[in-house]
Design a binder for this molecule. Sequence first.
Ligand code: PHE
Length: 451
Amino acid sequence: MSKSREQWGSKIGFILAAAGSAVGLGNIWRFPYLVGENGGAVFIFIYLICVAVIGLPVIISEVVIGRNAQKDPVGSFKKLSNNNPFWKGVGFLGVFTGFIILSYYNVIAGWCLGYIVEAVKGSFQTITDTAQAVALFSRLSGSGSWSVPYLTIFMALTVSIVYFGVTRGIEKSSKIMMPSLIIIILILVVRGITLENSKAGILYLLKPNFANVTGRTVLVALGQAFFSLSIGMGVMITYGSYLSKENNIPSQATRIVVIDTSVSLLAGFMIFPAIFALGLKPHQGPSLLFNTSPILFNYIPGGYWFRILFFILLALAALTSTISLLEVITAYFVDEFKLNRKMIAIIGGAISLLLGIPSALSFGRWSSFQIMNLSIFNFCDYLASNICLPIGGLFITIFVGWFWGKNNALLEMRQGADRTPNWFFSVWRFLIRYVAPVLIAMVLLSSLGII
Ligand code: PHE
């Protein structure tokens, strides 16, 4: 039955799509602002541990599940668990989480589009005082008539790519775009650390201060590891389901994790030395990137053009992530209900768009409306990244480590991985059975105040 299923054209196809999904606003927008909110170096330190002992084993598990079952997340759990309703529910949680993330992620992606236009208009050229940049951003993001149209345009872009089936084209183009984005970030890193008074910013990223670590810091770091690697909701199950048996899953997954983490660290070094040099505060929340990076371009030759290019490439990096989110939703309805792909892409996108509008407005007119002391945007982000993704991840580890027959996962993982050393499999197995589930459960319980 899996014969007719579409597969990646080449080995590189999967890597491009999976890395495209992983690298996005999570690295360049979300990571730095979380670092700024959670104490700098110490957060980075905890984050790296989460990525190594939980992120990598989970990404491997998801791909293994998908390649073995050859189905969407719900269908994969259904198939491998012999139709057990609980495990189907885990797959379903992933689809639900996909809707939520897509909705508010598009708000930020929309801001990027808006910033391309502002960059072209030259709005930042005359800004010397950082307060002006902050004021400009809060005026723009606070206005629904600015943010909602861009949000709508970005969602339309995502939908049309899934609709016309040109996903692969976009991912191939990211082979050039992603390195270009990294080069621009590197230029900004160099510029940032050579600014006067940037040293405090470098120390901020390198010298951990363990005094202020709380359970919440760890939860946020864990949530970011899931968010940034696109795991815990089935993206990698879905992408793994198009993968052929010749692919070496351990090595490809490791590569994706290394790329993703490097981009996040670079983004940190792009932002913080500059922030300290320009006299801004690290603790700014979601506006951090938009308050800082546009001004930084005023300090480099050709800044006007680099700034435009930066926001175009950032929007593109966001696009390869939103495509993957919509792809999970689409694959679910197409595989499980045999519905028309094109129709689902449109309906899924439209529902997510409607869900996203309140998030967009929560930066302005609706800012006083709070759920559990959080704005609508922050609530959606908290629910999806810090609750739903870790819960999804926890069940994935339990499923692969304990439920799905002892050796099935290992057998699948070994196919195409002849050159991977044996210790890798043993370490993976230990992490997925004992370390990852216990750690995730502890972090979740402590965040609920239970332990
Ligand atoms: N990993 C993406 C990013 O860092 C966001 C994402 C999360 C995409 C979850 C898919 C699923 O931007």
